[in-house]
Each structure stands twice: as C-alpha cells, then as structure tokens.
Design a protein around this ligand. Structure first.
Ligand code: ATP
Length: 331
C-alpha cells in the first residue's frame, strides 16, 4: 500500500481530483491518500494558504498529487505553487507534451518534453518599487541551479530514450544572466556526447513550435520562458485540459497539471480531468506501479478514441460522465 499526499485544491480542483482518485481505485490499485487542503479556503482558519502540515505530509510520503490551488491576488500571499516548489526544493518542472489519440489538433506528431527550472529567475520574488513610476524585478540565474537543471534534462533524455536536449535562452540580449544559463548547459553537455545538443533563442523557438513542433525533443529552459512555452506547447496538443506536469526534486516529487484552478467553470461538473489523470499516471510510473499506469492510460486513450470528450475538447460529457467512461474501459 502506498501513502501519497493528495492536495485536492480549489476551483475545479476538488472535482477533478475526486474523479482521478475514483479512476485509480477502480483500476485496483490501493492507495492510502493523505488528504491535505491548501489555498484560499484554509487562510481564514490557519492564517496561510500553505500550512506547514502540507509540507510535512509531502516530506513524509515523498510523493504528492496536486490539483490546482488559487493564490489570492493582492493579499500579500506568495504563490502557493511557487512556495511549495521552493520549500521542497522541487527544482525540475517536467511537462511531457505529446499528441493524444482521438484529439485532433493542427499537428499530429508533437512529442516533446519541457524541462523548466523551478526555483529562480524572475520567480525568485525579488521586486522593488523605485518610485511611483518605476518598479524593478530582479532576474536571478545561478550556475548551481542552471547546471543542476541541465544535468536533469540530459539524465531524463538518457532514461527516456530521447535523442536531443535543446537549451532555450535569450542570451543575445541578457548576456550575463541567460549567458550564464547557456554556459552552464554547455559545461554539462560535455558529459553527454551520446545526446544531440542544440541551442535556440526563445522567440525563434516560439515561431518554430507553431510551424514545425515535430523538430523538438527535450527542451531545457529557465523558469519564466519555461512557464510561457509550456502553455504554448499545451495548445499544440489540445489545450490546458490535457497538459500534464510534475515537479521533481532529489527527495520528493509533486505531480500536477499545467492548468490553474479555472474558477470560471468551478462547481459545474464541466472540467476536464485528463491533465490531472495523466499527471497521476506519471506519478504511478515514478512509484514503479507501471502496470496500473499503463492500464489507466490505455483506458483514457480508448475513451478519447471512442469520441467521448469534455466540453473544452468540443465534447458534451460532464466530468463525472467522462470519468465513468474511463472506468468502464479499464480492463
Ligand atoms: P493560473 O494563473 O493559476 O495558471 P490561468 O489564468 O492560467 O491560471 P487556468 O485556470 O489555468 O488559468 O485556465 C484558463 C482557462 O482554461 C480557464 O478559465 C478554463 O476556462 C480553461 N481550463 C483550464 N483548465 C481546464 C480544465 N481542466 N478543463 C476545462 N477547462 C479548463
């Protein structure tokens, strides 16, 4: 029996996590979910959107599945997601992006993986208001974090039979910060002669991704470019409803979809649970439950191929109807 932390989130979080938990249970795998609430709903009672108990639970269990959590705007709270990644040193954000069966998009050969640095860059939260008309945000890039994420990307490529790792930057303009990222990539790349190397500027990457996405394999990026390019890549395969992700560190890992809490469709039984389900499938592989991961993935793919979809993909099924079709397809 596995002990896994479940952050069921807010917005559409509780609806999609309920579906995913039920699908995993129906697959026959027994998981002892340690349910930890976080976000806007716990602030009043606990004074913070990310109580220490949540971090303690993940540290103890080493694995968590996380639905989206909203960070209230303008109330002085740092993003729960950023805080979680920093507190647990989840330095690698991994977002595989591959066409799914039954979901028709402009391209049919997208198969890339985004490896995003998760701890620094403009997300370090170092901002200051100089005067009424001027504000500074400091972009922090260190050799240690850059080499660590590049090494992670090359190791990921090796383990997952990928042939190329491409470094993304804007080093022609930010010569010192992005220049250091690129220098770190080149240093690490020397240890992986069997993996093809490539460098690209982030603006050129965006253009090429919407023209020839099949040209890319593993991309390694500093935090902010990684955030933006992830959403672009999600659009290539059918949108946020199907884009999975994981935050991985040396001691623990948190699996979560790329999308946010989508408050506009909260409580309407309309949300697509696919992104969270695919994140959970990767989580099962991480804990080496390969047969259950394959079984659930197969049932999801079969359901999509049969034409069953939620509204974000042009379908008519509710979250729970879609969940039940997946459960019917578990064999
Ligand atoms: P954040 O800033 O927290 O990342 P965001 O502003 O990017 O959030 P999201 O909540 O990720 O916004 O989603 C943007 C829109 O995409 C939502 O308003 C919703 O309409 C749609 N969306 C996101 N996730 C899903 C989903 N799982 N199912 C259906 N629609 C979704």
């Amino acid at each position: 029996m596995h002990n896994i932390t479940l952050i069921n989130g807010d917005g559409i979080g509780p609806e999609i996590s309920d579906s995913v938990v039920k699908i995993i249970k129906a697959s026959g795998l027994d998981i002892n979910w340690d349910i930890q609430s976080a976000g806007a709903d716990v602030i009043e009672k606990e004074g913070t959107p990310l109580p220490q108990r949540v971090l303690d639970s993940i540290k103890k269990n080493r694995v968590a599945l996380k639905a989206p959590v909203t960070t209230p705007i303008g109330k002085g709270f740092r993003s729960v997601n950023v805080q979680l990644r920093k507190s647990l040193n989840l330095y690698a954000n991994v977002r595989p992006c591959k066409n799914l069966p039954g979901i028709v998009t402009r391209f049919d050969s997208v198969n890339l993986v985004i490896v995003r640095e998760n701890t620094e860059d403009l997300y370090a939260g170092v901002e200051e208001k100089i005067d009424e008309n001027t504000a500074h945000s400091i972009k922090i890039i260190t050799r240690q974090a850059s080499e660590r994420i590049c090494r992670f990307a090359f190791e990921y490529a090796l383990k997952n039979n990928r042939h190329e790792v491409c470094a993304v930057s804007k080093a022609n303009i930010m010569k010192l910060s992005d220049g250091l990222f690129l220098e770190s990539y080149r240093n690490v790349a020397k240890d992986y002669p069997q993996i093809k190397q490539k460098e690209i500027l982030v603006d050129n990457l965006c253009m090429q991704l919407v023209q020839n996405p099949e040209k890319f394999d593993v991309l390694v990026l500093p935090n902010l470019y990684g955030d933006i390019v992830s959403d672009l890549a999600a659009g290539l395969i059918g949108g946020l409803g199907v884009a999975q992700g994981a935050n991985i560190g040396d001691d623990c890992a948190v699996f979560e979809p790329v999308h946010g809490s989508a408050p506009d469709i909260k409580g309407q039984n309309k949300a697509n649970p696919t992104a969270l389900l695919l994140s959970a499938v990767e989580m099962l592989r991480y804990i080496e439950e390969y047969s259950y991961a394959d079984k659930i993935e197969k049932a999801l793919f079969k359901t999509l191929t049969q034409g069953y979809k939620t509204f974000d993909l042009g379908g008519e099924l509710s979250t729970t109807e879609f969940r039940d079709k997946i459960i019917e397809n578990l064999v």
